[in-house]
Design a protein around this ligand. Structure first.
Ligand code: SME
Length: 161
């Protein structure tokens, strides 16, 4: 199946999943599994959420699929994850070996995308995906991952945690 068709199919499935899922925690668990199972280059898929009330703020690992990572708690001044959460911007890294911010999760990882999740206009966390393939996250993939992050943000707004 062509990549664009696969992305479209998965986007539709995830939208339906969000409609059928009552709360954000459950949605995040189902979403990481679906993305990891269906998108062949998404080799690690996980959520980090800002710990409520933590000063200074810290990202805590939530639902994920793939190998266990040593990075279960990430301050906002560290990693690609910290960069995305502190800037509120999507970060795409085509070659992690060339990015000094990168915190290694697996030696096989070649590229990464991190998309912040907003609820009520504030960053609540992020969706992080690693690939064993360089430059895996083209603009059509970015759009899919941003759609997923938006759905989780909306669920956090409507249904709480
Ligand atoms: N690579 C991330 C750390 C998380 S692991 O990839 C799961 C970073 O640089 O922030």
């Amino acid at each position: 199946m062509a990549v664009a068709a696969r992305i479209e199919e998965v986007r539709t499935e995830i939208t339906a999943l969000a409609e059928a899922t009552p709360n954000a925690q459950e949605l995040m668990r189902s979403m990481v599994k679906l993305l990891h199972d269906r998108m062949l280059k998404y080799n690690w898929v996980g959520f980090y959420l800002l710990e409520p009330g933590a000063v200074p703020p810290i990202l805590v690992l939530g639902a994920f699929e793939g190998a266990m990572t040593p990075h279960t708690r990430i301050p906002l001044n560290q990693g690609i994850c910290g960069a995305a959460a502190s800037s509120g911007q999507t970060v795409v890294v085509d070659d992690v070996a060339k990015d000094s911010r990168y915190l290694a999760c697996s030696l096989e990882t070649k590229s990464e995308i991190v998309v912040p999740i907003f609820a009520h206009g504030e960053v609540m966390g992020e969706l992080d995906i690693d690939s064993h393939f360089p430059a895996a996250f083209t603009s059509e993939h970015q759009e899919l991952v941003q759609h997923c992050a938006m759905l989780v943000g909306k669920k956090l707004e409507t249904a709480g945690h």
